[in-house]
Design a protein around this ligand. Structure first.
Ligand code: PBG
Length: 323
């Protein structure tokens, strides 16, 4: 049966019809709000390339979390900007580290807000790499215990989920082992499984002052050209104990999200990263695109491709609109 019996436009005639047959629906429940925490008191320091996003001191961060949670944001993911950085990223795994302090403060005031902690050394190392440097290279195996310690101190502080984003081999298994040995068998791991070496992290690196001081991240993050490799990365993380997997960035990698959705049964997250956010903001400021419609369209596309969970700098704004 085809035209004129079949007319696709029949179900597009009114807003009511379109809404009835809508296949993908966004809701605040699946959004995670990324936040940056820094030392100080009453700090709310805007990130230049990420308008509307700030470096918050712990006290202001708690207020921002209250406001986001009040609007329906179910979860936040925290990134730390430490007082000082060193060769081995000590600030990431100190019990009194900036993120650990932030988690304690948030959980005390908002026990129901899910707190996810990014596990990585790059914000804490003086050289800006995600691991320990040996002979000019990021040493995989020497980095694993530090990542495990980072995750453990975050969970001890009250984190609900830990999210390794470093792309070292074997880190999910190593973190699982560390948490289990300490009795945290019930704490989930969200693995940044397919994380690409992307130009879209630019604004984040300004925010966290975490750009590598030499070289780049291509020896550990994935080549944007590769799709099959992403599926291998995910399979390994699931085997090592990842409870949730992630593809990052989101919009340039919708094919990877769609494939991951089909091949794996675990919950799937996607990260609409800082550069995706900045592109929309910049074009909207120039009046070249409709900001609201672009935000909705990109988030809908990420959901349509198969992501259950979306990490997005628009989480708070969208929660207030979507409910
Ligand atoms: C690593 C990390 C990065 C992002 C999240 N975790 C930066 C990087 O890999 O360089 C980027 C997120 C974004 O761009 O919004 N700790």
């Amino acid at each position: 049966m085809s035209f004129p019996m079949q007319r696709m436009r029949r179900l597009r005639r009114s807003a009511g019809l379109r809404s009835l047959v809508q296949e993908t629906r966004l809701s605040a429940q699946s959004l995670v709000y990324p936040l940056f925490v820094c030392p100080g008191w009453k700090v709310k320091d805007e990130i230049q390339s990420m308008p509307g996003n700030y470096r918050w001191s712990v006290d202001s961060l708690v207020e921002e979390c209250k406001s986001a949670h009040g609007l329906g944001v179910p979860a936040v993911i925290l990134f730390g900007i430490p007082e000082s950085k060193d060769e081995v990223g000590s600030g990431a795994y100190e019990a009194g580290g900036i993120v650990q302090r932030a988690v304690r403060a948030i959980k005390k005031e908002l026990p129901d807000l899910l707190v996810i902690c990014d596990v990585c050394l790059d914000e804490y190392t003086s050289h800006g790499h995600c691991g320990v440097i040996r002979n000019g290279e990021v040493d995989n195996d020497a980095t694993l215990p530090l990542l495990a310690r980072t995750a453990l101190t975050q969970v001890e502080a009250g984190a609900d989920i830990v999210a390794p984003s470093d792309m070292m081999d074997g880190r999910v298994g190593r973190i699982r082992q560390e948490l289990d040995a300490a009795g945290f068998t019930g704490t989930a791991i969200l693995a940044y499984s397919a994380k690409y070496a992307s130009a879209f992290y630019g604004p984040f690196r300004e925010a966290a002052d975490s750009a590598p001081k030499f070289g780049d991240r291509k020896a550990y993050q994935m080549d944007p050209a590769n799709q099959r490799e992403a599926l291998r990365e995910i399979a390994l993380d699931v085997e090592e104990g990842a409870d949730i997997i992630m593809v990052k960035p989101a919009l340039p990698y919708l094919d990877v999200i769609a494939l991951a959705r089909r091949q794996f049964d675990v919950p799937l997250a996607a990260y609409q990263v800082s550069g995706e956010f900045a592109q929309i903001e910049a074009a909207a400021r120039l009046g070249w695109i409709d900001r609201q419609r672009t935000i909705l369209e990109t988030l809908t596309s990420i959901r349509r491709a198969g992501a259950d969970i979306i990490l997005t700098y628009y989480a708070k704004e969208m929660a207030s609109k979507l409910g």
